[in-house]
Design a protein. Structure first.
Length: 284
């Protein structure tokens, strides 16, 4: 069965970076998670999306969007560049587009894909994309704890549908993205409102919220992931297969990613290095 692994590049490398302070830890952690899921779900196609280094349509809508975020640390920027270089050598298809976030590209690809799709991310916002054809694998802590979300789990855990998570966030806002939402409304209260009213627009008519209708509706627009970005997508150009080439193995050896180099599932037996495996950055 064909399966597309759709990877949230910035989210994953950030998760890996803050899980370790070791040199090249972000790059190593990224590929630890990537290969784990490729093997676990037997991915036949792989795509990695990245944020473009430019303002998006959300900044044009609300100039305080993501205001206050610290710039990317220099060493993380270097590892992000190195990660992209390794992905290119591996032949993995990558997407980024000025004016849009990686989230929007993932949303669009997940709707264009007719293949079973697994989104690998550390960002809970991706849960709004879940449907019968799309599941989200959410990293919880570190780089080894990953949980699968389908529609049934979301409805059981939150009491709303995946798409209604947009409505919930419109009410509760998001301090990390500087999305205002409604004053004094946290996740539990937002979930109660949406369970009752179904949509943020309907909830905004509640006497306790009606004076915040503009903030709520703007927050909804900021929250919803676009699924109709104008982009060229051809699933046949995203095929990924194992084992990988000796060239890729040599690049991993250069970086002393010894545990990954010793994973027999990734390489041709004849190419495997005859080396003592040193302690890895993570327990894998």
């Amino acid at each position: 069965m064909e399966t597309l692994l759709l990877v949230d590049g910035n989210s994953l490398i950030n998760r890996a970076y803050y899980a370790t302070s070791l040199i090249n830890g972000a790059t190593y952690g990224f590929f630890t998670m990537l290969f784990k899921e490729i093997l676990d779900i037997k991915a036949t196609h792989v795509i990695v999306t990245f944020d473009a280094r430019a303002k998006t349509f959300r900044h044009e809508m609300y100039d305080q969007y993501k205001a206050g975020r610290k710039p990317m640390p220099d060493d993380l920027a270097e590892q992000l560049f190195d990660t992209k270089e390794l992905l290119s050598i591996m032949g993995v298809k990558m997407f980024e587009k000025p004016g849009f976030e990686a989230d929007d590209l993932m949303g669009t690809i997940s709707r264009l894909s007719k293949t079973k799709t697994v989104i690998l991310t550390a960002d809970r916002d991706m849960l709004q994309l879940v449907n019968d054809n799309v599941h989200v694998y959410l990293t919880k802590t570190g780089v080894t704890h990953i949980e699968e979300y389908d529609s049934a789990r979301i409805e059981k855990e939150f009491g709303v549908t995946p798409r209604q998570l947009i409505e919930v966030k419109a009410l509760m806002g998001d301090t990390s993205d500087n999305i205002p939402g409604a004053r004094g409304v946290g996740e539990k209260t937002a979930l109660k409102y949406i369970a009752q009213y179904k949509t943020a627009e309907a909830a905004s008519q509640d006497p306790k919220l009606i004076d915040q209708i503009d903030s709520i509706m703007m927050s909804r627009k900021l929250t919803e992931i676009k699924c109709d970005v104008d982009m060229e997508f051809d699933i046949t150009k995203c095929v990924f297969s194992l084992p990988m080439s000796r060239e890729v193995l040599d690049e991993f050896k250069k970086r002393r990613f010894n545990t990954l180099c010793a994973k027999r599932e990734l390489w041709n037996e004849a190419d495997l290095p005859k080396m003592v495996i040193q302690q890895s950055f993570f327990n894998t």
